[in-house]
Design a protein around this ligand. Structure first.
Ligand code: GLU
Length: 457
């Protein structure tokens, strides 16, 4: 069976960088194994799910460089879940419960005072027909529980039943099914909780690897039991550590903090965001990978650590600078040309400025400086003004290349006796209006003799 993974968010908000970590882990895993990536929207909660969020999630994934092989919506697949329900009911593995939350709460308290674990005691299995008829007459609707296979013959006589899996990230995991309550699969109002649709879909979509956050580890044993109850072999599971802010605080879809949309709008490169989302909290160094192929080379599920992956959003800025510093012109060309940075000078310009950018769009600032000069005439002392005039009079004849600056400045040094900062700073200031920036040796050929003379103080 070909490797098939899925990313299964609920479309109830914008995805943040932590959600992107899950999507990317799946995507890179599929990439490395020649597999398929299914985009599945867990939108059974129709009140909170919105198509506009699903669309925004797809937009974010595509921006990051994730392209799905198939898109599925759970809200369009209720037939499949209905079939699974029938199958479980026929096998006696799904049973109706009529207790109210208050009744359940009271029972839990009683169990606790008796020193029993606060799991559901399966009382509903003993309801008589008359009792059920009475509940129904009262207008109570049942919720439905999955009868966990944690007993031999008598469901009231549970026994230790270990369900284990070799987690692709965490190694061997086992859970005793006797320590869990029979999970509710269907609510009183007939709506599904996440468990059954997820498993039914994983079966129907031939999902081979479920890769998700470690907040789902505790669901896994129940899901494995459900796969088997539905007659399917469970897939492999991998639970990665969650990305948290440096304070340790969990990221939330609701607050919009560190949403992919906000990171995109702040001008960061997609590979900056992807690199940080994937490499933080692994044994790999967090560096800016220039492409998904590069990132895939550094990615291995087994290198993710078991504790939270803390990160500082400030790191995004440093990574972005690194990424831009290495970005070849071919990759920047289209965006530069959309900003009017084109022609013969576009490439040497890019190579000159790329090491000085926080964001790609900062290139437009430097383009303006190169083409039109500093925004305002820089303030210079009389001494420096004299010095710069003198230096400009010494400009060598064209054509100019990368070596011209050295020839010129050596001459200026000799003639004026200036050294170090005194030698360079006033020239840089007059040419660019800035104290720092691209190498003057690279800027000189871009400015040209005329361009420089036009800046003469
Ligand atoms: N909709 C679930 C979530 O967003 C999916 C979990 C899973 O991958 O199984 O947490």
């Amino acid at each position: 069976m070909p490797v098939t993974v899925r990313f299964a968010p609920s479309p109830t908000g914008n995805i943040h960088i932590g959600n992107a970590r899950t999507a990317l882990f799946n995507w890179l895993f599929a990439m490395k194994n020649g597999g398929n990536f299914v985009q599945r929207f867990d939108d059974t909660d129709v009140a909170r799910s919105k198509q506009e969020y699903a669309d925004a999630i797809l937009y974010d994934l595509h921006w990051l460089g994730i392209f799905q092989d198939a898109t599925e919506y759970q809200s369009r697949r209720f037939d499949i879940y209905g079939e699974a329900v029938e199958k479980l009911k026929r096998a006696g593995q799904l049973y109706a419960c009529y207790e109210t939350p208050e009744e359940l709460d009271l029972r839990r308290k009683i169990r606790r005072t008796r020193g029993l674990p606060p799991v559901y005691g399966r009382e509903a299995l003993q309801f008589s027909h008359a009792q059920i008829a009475e509940y129904e007459a009262d207008g109570r609707k049942p919720h439905w529980r999955f009868l966990l296979p944690n007993f031999r013959n008598d469901p009231f006589d549970t026994e230790r039943t270990e369900v284990g899996w070799t987690d692709l990230v965490r190694g061997e995991e086992t859970v005793d099914l006797a320590s869990l309550s029979d999970p509710i699969l269907i609510r009183e109002d007939g709506t599904f909780l996440y468990t059954l649709p997820s498993v039914a879909d994983d079966i129907d979509m031939n999902i081979t690897h479920v890769i998700r956050g470690d907040d789902h580890v505790t669901n896994t044993a129940v899901q494995i039991a459900l796969f088997r109850a539905l007659g399917a072999e469970p897939p492999a599971f991998g639970h990665h550590n969650l990305l948290t802010a440096s304070t340790g605080e969990a990221l939330s879809k609701r607050t919009g903090a560190l949403s992919i949309a906000s990171l995109r709008e702040s001008g960061l490169e997609p590979m900056t965001v992807a690199s940080l989302a994937v490499l933080t909290g692994t044994s790999e160094n967090v560096v800016a990978a220039s492409s998904m192929t590069e990132l895939a080379k550094r990615f291995d599920l087994a290198t993710a650590s078991k504790s939270a992956a803390k990160f500082d959003p400030e790191d995004l800025n440093a990574l972005n600078r690194d990424l831009l510093r290495q970005m070849p012109f071919s990759e920047a060309r289209d965006r530069l040309s959309a900003w009017g940075i084109l022609g013969d000078q576009a490439e040497p310009f890019w190579l000159a400025v790329r090491g000085n950018l926080d964001r790609l769009a900062d290139a437009t600032v430097w383009w303006r400086i190169v083409k039109q000069g500093p925004e305002a005439a820089p303030e210079l002392s009389e001494d420096d003004t004299e010095y710069v005039r003198k230096a400009f009079d010494m400009l060598p004849p064209e054509p100019w290349d990368g070596g011209t600056f050295k020839v010129w400045i050596d001459e200026v040094k000799e003639q004026t006796g200036r050294k170090g900062k005194m030698l360079f700073a006033p020239i840089r200031l007059v040419l660019t209006g800035q104290d720092s920036g691209p190498e003057l040796a690279d800027l000189l050929p871009l400015l040209g003799r005329e361009g420089i003379r036009a800046r003469r103080p």
